[in-house]
Design a protein around this ligand. Sequence first.
Ligand SMILES: [Zn+2]
Length: 360
Amino acid sequence: MSADRINLLRTKVFDKSKWMQLPRDVVIGHDVIEQIPAVCEDLALGDSVLIVSGGQTRDIAGKKVEALLSGSYDVATFAANVGDPLEAIRRAEAAAAEAGFVIGVGGGRVIDTAKIASYNTDRHFISVPTAASHDGIASSRASVPTPEGNVSLAAEPPVAVVADTAIIASAPHRLLASGCADIIANYTAILDWELSHRLRGEPLSEYALTLSRMTAEILFKNADLIKPHSEKSAWIVTKALVSSGVAMSIAGSSRPGSGGEHKFSHALEQLAPGKGLHGEKCGIGAIITMYLHGGDWKAIRGSLRKIGAPTTPAEIGVDDETAVAALLAAKTIRPERFTILDMGLTSESARDLVKMLYRE
Ligand SMILES: [Zn+2]
C-alpha cells in the first residue's frame, strides 16, 4: 500500500457506532394471546416469569396469560395500578428481580411499569397490549406522571410484542383513536426534527425519519377504515404503533415520533392534569405545530375527526387560556429537544392561533 493511501486511511477513520434494540418476535392478530407459550418457548428466556397487569386488564387478559403459562413456568403476578406510579415501579423492580423475565399485559401504565422495571433489573420484557392507545407498546422510553409533571425514563424495549386484535378491538374506541392521533403526530415530529437538523445540526436518521413518516402516511390513507370495535382497525393501528416504536429504536430516541406537539401535550399534563389522553393531546397540538410549519393543518384536523379523536382543547375539557399557556410553556419542557414551539411564539400569536385553529 502506498504511503498516501495509508495516510488517507489514518485521517478518515470511521468511528461511528450504534446499538439498535428491536423486537425479535412480533405476533399480531386474532386470538394470538394463545401463542404466548410458543413465543416464550421460542425466546427461551427462563423458567420463571413476572406478569404485570392492571385491575380490569388482568380480568380481560392478564389471568388468561397466567393460566397459559402456569403449567410450564413459575408464575408471579404484580398489580401496576395500585398506588403512586413511581412507588409501583420500585415494587415492580423488586418483583422482577426474582423472575427470569417480565410480561406486561395491559394499557399504558402497565406496559410502562413493566418495561421500566425490566430495564432497571436487566430482564427481558414481552409487551402484551390490551389497547392500542400510544406508541409506547414497542418503544424504549416510558413517560411516568409525577407531582412535578411527566418524566421520560429509559425502559426495556420489548423482545416480543403479542397484540391480540380481538382484545384490542374490545377496548373503548377512545383509546384506539388516541393511538391514531399519536401516530398522526409523527408528521409534525418529523418536521421538528428536520428543523432542528437544519438550524442546530442535530443528527438525523434518514431510516428512522422515513419509517416514521411512512407509518403516519399509511394510517392517514386508511383513516376511513378506522371504526369502533373493528378488529381490522385494531390490526392497522397496532401495526402502525409497532412500526413507530421501531423507528424510535432505529433513531435511539423518541425523536421520530415526538416533537413540539408532544411538548405541548406534556405542558398540558402539568397545567391541566388528567385532562385528555396522551395521544389526544398530541393530536390537538399537531394541528397548531403543522400550521406553524406552514403545512396542511386542515388535513391533520380532518383525519383526526375521521377517526373520532378530539381536535379542540374544549373537547377534552381544557379552556382556551390553558391551551395558550401550554403552547407558551412547551419550550420549558425538555428544552434540549428543539421544535417549532421554541422559535419565539408570542403570547399574542398563541392566543390568535388557539382562537383560529380550534374553532369547531
Ligand atoms: Zn406519543
